[in-house]
Design a protein around this ligand. Structure first.
Ligand SMILES: C=CC1=C(C)c2cc3[nH]c(cc4nc(cc5[nH]c(cc1n2)c(C)c5CCC(=O)O)C(CCC(=O)O)=C4C)c(C)c3C=C
Ligand SMILES: [Fe+2]
Ligand SMILES: [Fe+2]
Length: 365
């Protein structure tokens, strides 16, 4: 049999429940929240918190939320968009590549995607988590699941892992191009709302120098010390997008959504940010969610439905949720460039990125 010359591409996203009923959502949430990188505490404590406190209350509430966005024919928006993106990336890249989708929680699993790639005899895999910003809970959790899935194989494929890509011009330009048409509409302010993270997890990302996140000082600016800090990367994403769109500092703000549990998360939270905007007399707001490449529960329910309802109840006139990149042809082509061109030399900590980023090679040497 000829040796395969194909390269595998393993796309990874968080995943979604099999259906929007309480039992399926509970099963999905249990898998999600028992990941030690997501709820980072000792196993027994995590078990008690997840099974004792979170699941009994959250499962039916989340199921209800999923029902409000579930498509009768296509099912979960996150899954159907991710599948369409996978197919389009395959078409774009052609037959030298095999593109497979693996969800970190739920189905299709990462193990199934690895089986698909193995069946095609690929001997090199590009592992590409679909998260623009780095977090241990997402990017590293995805990598860990891939390594676990390969553990039983006697021959490991050659692996190339794709890190955060928030700083890549291909991502920034594609995202800016989605946002730009909305700037022609009536708006008073733009809110860049990112998925939140427990405060303890951003502190961990600044290993050895846990000072910036603590004092909330250097976090909004990416530098040598905090280059893996999720919050710093979110602020940097915002600056790069603002620059690409020609926004003034007074035009926009940053917030964090989707908090789970009672412990401290990074802020400001999106609800509070909306309340502040109302107090400032803003009436029309655009909300952009740059930590999600595909529309999902957190954009379609939390922002388009719930945040909008809050905004109108506070006296706002319009809240427009700007769609994610989804499966647009531009994003497919841009993502192909990101994953095929990235090498260790071009990663964000090894070179100056743009005028908006203040690090230089000598800073990082
Ligand atoms: C409790 C901890 C969680 C952390 C930390 C977390 C980080 C994180 N998540 C995403 C992306 C997505 N999360 C989604 C849903 C979701 N997230 C959590 C919890 C944490 N996420 C829960 C419990 C859920 C389930 C839904 C709910 O009950 O609210 C989704 C959408 C999934 C879908 O089916 O549509 C995405 C996408 C990122 C990027 C991130 C860290 C930066
Ligand atoms: Fe999440
Ligand atoms: Fe930080």
């Amino acid at each position: 049999m000829p040796i395969s010359k194909k390269t595998g591409i393993l796309l990874i996203n968080v995943g979604t429940p099999a259906s929007p009923d309480t039992a399926s959502v509970r099963k999905y949430l249990a898998e999600f929240l028992m990941d030690k990188r997501v709820v980072s505490m000792p196993t027994l404590l995590r078990f008690c918190l997840v099974y004792g406190l979170i699941l009994p209350f959250r499962s039916s509430k989340s199921a209800h939320a999923y029902q409000s966005v579930w498509d009768e024919n296509k099912g979960s928006p996150l899954l159907s968009i991710s599948q369409s993106f996978t197919e389009k990336l395959q078409q774009h890249l052609g037959e030298k590549y095999v593109v497979a989708l693996g969800m970190r929680y739920g189905s299709p699993s990462i193990a199934t995607a690895l089986d698909t790639l193995r069946a095609q005899q690929v001997d090199k895999i590009i592992v590409a988590p679909l998260y623009p910003q780095y977090a241990s809970a997402t990017t590293s959790s995805a990598f860990e699941a891939v390594f676990d899935g390969l553990k039983q194989q006697s021959i490991f494929p050659v692996l190339k892992t794709i890190d955060a890509f928030y700083y890549r011009q291909e991502y920034i330009q594609a995202k800016a191009n989605v946002i730009r048409p909305f700037l022609k509409e009536k708006w008073d302010s733009i809110l860049f709302s990112y998925h939140g993270l427990p405060f303890a997890q951003v502190k961990q990302s600044e290993a050895n120098t846990p000072v910036n996140c603590d004092k909330n000082l250097a976090c909004p600016t990416i530098n040598k010390v905090n280059r893996n800090c999720y919050r710093a990367q979110c602020y940097q994403t915002t600056e790069l997008l603002a620059k690409a769109l020609g926004l003034a500092a007074s035009d926009y703000g940053v917030s964090f959504q989707s908090r789970v549990g009672k412990n401290r998360w990074i802020g400001p939270d999106t609800e509070s940010a909306l309340k502040t905007l109302i107090q400032q007399g803003k009436k029309n707001v655009l909300v952009v969610c740059p930590s999600f490449v595909a529309d999902c529960l957190e954009t379609l329910e939390e922002i388009s439905l719930r945040a909008k309802e809050l905004w109108l109840s506070l006296g706002g006139e319009s809240l427009t949720a700007i769609p994610c990149l989804n499966d647009s042809p531009e994003w497919v082509a841009s993502f192909a460039k990101i994953i095929l061109s990235e090498s260790i030399d071009s990663m964000h900590f090894a070179q100056p990125l743009s005028a908006a980023i203040s690090v230089t090679v000598s800073d990082l040497a």
